[in-house]
Ligand binder design. Structure first.
Ligand SMILES: [Fe+2]
Length: 236
């Protein structure tokens, strides 16, 4: 099992950086679609990712930085499965169907492709409001791994939910947005300790994780810190 990072705020030479996040699992399942369709499809072309081989798209949330490239992808490949959560707006769901996408509203965890699971929405609170987000879980040769979109419900909330639903004792790798920008050192240290206590062997905070958190994860995970950027290929 492998994952290609297609959109991120950092990018390898020759690829476009993007405010959003997107990655491709096993050449067929797209997790999130970045902010801009131009950077997503350009990076896909440069990384020689053919749209024709896509089978489905999983969206962590309806937010602009995770759904921007969806519409261009749907125009290029008809009949794609598009996994959303119940909290997505009716307008959004209608647009997916109008562009020929096969809308799947994920109520409970599902296996969208062999050993690739969608958690369904995980609930959190932000600024006094309920927020919802789903993550992707991969059962690879090295164990269970989780890809997070923004982690606005809290990265440990996301990981605990994924572990409980999948019945895993530990995790090989966690990467994606950890939503730690703006947190102080003590708060970030708590997250790192909790993640280690949960048995997470490798960590790749990126997207909205913030530079401070990336440096702290790098300092405490040492060789098991994975410096993610667009163009990165991760083997799980
Ligand atoms: Fe985000």
């Amino acid at each position: 099992m492998y994952v290609k990072v297609l959109s991120d705020n950092k990018a390898r030479r020759g690829l476009k950086p993007d405010e959003g996040f997107s990655c491709l699992v096993d050449g067929k399942i797209l997790f999130d679609t970045g902010e801009a369709s131009t950077s997503l499809v350009e990076n896909m072309d440069r990384m020689m990712v053919p749209t024709s081989e896509l089978e489905g798209v999983v969206l962590s949330s309806e937010r602009w930085d995770h759904t921007g490239g969806l519409w261009e992808i749907l125009k290029r490949k008809k009949g794609l499965k598009v996994c959303v959560g119940p909290s997505f707006s009716e307008k959004f769901k209608k647009c997916v169907e109008e562009l020929g996408g096969e809308l799947i509203v994920v109520e409970e965890p599902i296996e969208i492709s062999e050993n690739i699971f969608v958690t369904g929405e995980i609930k959190g609170r932000e600024k006094g409001e309920d927020i919802f987000e789903q993550a992707l879980v991969i059962k690879g040769d090295k164990g269970l791994s989780v890809i997070a979109g923004c982690s606005r419900p809290g990265i440990m909330n996301v990981l605990s939910y994924a572990r409980d639903k999948m019945g895993a004792d530990d995790m090989y790798m966690v990467f994606g947005g950890f939503h730690l920008d703006g947190m102080n050192r003590d708060e970030i240290n708590t997250v790192i300790s909790d993640m280690k206590a949960l048995g997470v062997k490798k960590a790749g905070p990126t997207h909205c994780s913030g530079e401070k958190a990336r440096r702290m994860f790098s300092g405490q995970y040492h060789d098991d810190f994975v410096p993610i950027k667009a163009g990165h290929i991760i083997h799980l």
